[in-house]
Design a protein around this ligand. Structure first.
Ligand code: HAM
Length: 418
């Protein structure tokens, strides 16, 4: 019997897996340079954290969570997203009693039982950032700028930013009921009618053309913002414009999680087909209280690593397959093997990437392995070289070869590779 990766999951295999690493690093770079601290939380949490934090009426909580009872009878859920966990940890560690805001970033695996398709997986990776405990439009704008900087660092040119405000506890209720009044007058199926009563904003996100056609005249949240929310939103927009970040106002932008207030945004890439969101986020001023914490206005985002790799592939970035090592050792004989083994270890300790032929292959097989490795230099050691205490250093692209004393190999290669 053989096994396959579970439906909706896949393996990152070399050399393509290098792309996932490169994306993760590049997306985390800007927040790290902005002083955000690294946080790691467990891959599973009490189920209640997500049902209360993400929202009982969301697709994530009603349909997509991997929930099970552990052997102690606790209801556990594999994390479908990172924000609720980060907020839980910040409260648990008493950080709200110290200097605020707390700025954190993270990277890891997330799990949603979604209908699998290209760009939508049941196991995926995000890089995320959260700023907890402050209400300041400059923080919303900072996060958006840092995300755009991450995409730009990867060379992506096709990322678009959609921006909206969902209002606050003061102005959202009036908008919600205006929207409900409008939606109740439409010709919709029973399930969508129920959604109007539970989560009317989500109806705006219905992708079916027959529903979208009826939504043309729907009331817009941005027409119902209170004065404070309007001013806040204008300031975020002005800061983005001032930083040279282009955005599109999208008053119909609704996110799939219930904790959002005020600023919401999504990063889209048009090369991805239906699953075009490469990242998203927003402000969540009420989340802390929803999970039993003190008032902590906060804002954050999560960027999808898998989809960002797809976006880069769609733009034809990543042309060159990365070189795996710089130097490859080719021992000709048993004694030579021991010496090369030690040399390769020394090179690695000196910060030079190196590999060697394993498995007792002949000269031909070992040289083939050297070529395949993508290395710039081969170190070839035979009996005659051993007797003279030197190794043949061969530049593989030119076949130029020189003898280098064993004791000078590391320094010589350091010089050539610097
Ligand atoms: P989200 O929009 O659910 O937000 O996910 C953020 C990003 O993760 C998406 O834009 C997408 O790139 C990626 N993603 C989500 N689901 C999948 C999937 N099934 N397969 C592949 N990629 C996926 C959040 O998770 C919020 N926690 C973001 C946030 C942080 N808001 C405030 N702070």
């Amino acid at each position: 019997m053989t096994f396959q990766a579970p439906k909706g999951t896949f393996d990152w295999m070399p050399p393509r897996s290098e792309r996932a690493l490169a994306v993760r690093d590049a997306l985390a770079g800007p927040v790290r340079r902005a002083g955000y601290g690294y946080i790691e939380t467990p891959a599973f949490e009490d189920t209640g954290l997500f049902s209360r934090g993400v929202g009982e009426s969301t697709d994530i909580v009603t349909k997509e969570m991997y929930t099970f009872l552990d052997k102690g009878g606790r209801s556990i859920t594999l994390r479908p997203e990172g924000t609720a966990s980060v907020m839980r940890a910040v409260i648990e560690h008493g950080l709200p009693g110290g200097p605020l805001p707390v700025k954190l970033w993270y990277s890891g695996s997330y799990y949603r039982y979604e209908r699998a398709q290209k760009g939508r997986y049941r196991h995926f990776s995000q890089v995320g950032a959260e700023v907890i405990g402050a209400e300041d439009p400059a923080l919303d704008a900072e996060l958006i700028v840092l995300a755009m900087d991450g995409y730009a660092a990867l060379g992506l040119t096709g990322v678009r930013l959609l921006l909206n405000s969902l209002g606050c506890a003061q102005c959202r209720p009036a908008y919600r009921s205006a929207l409900q009044d409008f939606l109740r007058g439409l010709d919709l199926d029973e399930q969508t009618r129920q959604r109007i009563e539970i989560n009317p904003l989500r109806v705006l996100d219905d992708k079916r053309p027959e529903v979208q056609a009826q939504l043309a005249g729907a009331p817009l949240v941005t027409d119902h913002l209170c004065a404070a929310c309007k001013a806040y939103h204008e300031e975020v927009r002005a800061l983005l414009t001032g930083s040279g970040v282009a955005f599109e106002d999208d008053p119909r932008l609704v996110r799939g999680l219930d904790y959002y207030t005020r600023t919401t945004f999504e990063f889209l890439h048009d090369g991805l087909g239906a699953q075009s969101a490469v990242g998203g986020g927003g402000r969540y001023d009420g989340l802390s209280e929803m999970i039993g914490g003190p008032p902590l206005p906060s804002v954050g985002w999560a960027l999808g690593v898998d989809r960002t790799v797809l976006a880069m592939e769609a733009e034809g970035l990543f042309e060159a397959v990365p070189t795996t090592v710089e130097v490859f050792g080719v021992p000709l004989g048993e004694e030579a093997r021991r010496v090369i083994f030690g040399l390769v270890a020394d090179l690695r300790r000196a910060g030079i990437s190196a590999d060697m032929a394993f498995g007792g292959r002949g000269v031909k097989g070992a040289m083939k392995a050297a070529d395949r490795s993508g290395a710039r230099f081969a170190l070839i050691l035979g009996d005659r070289d051993l007797a003279s205490g030197a190794v043949q250093l061969k530049e593989l692209s030119t076949a130029e070869q020189t003898a280098v004393p064993l004791a000078e190999v590391v320094d010589t290669l350091k010089g050539k590779l610097s």
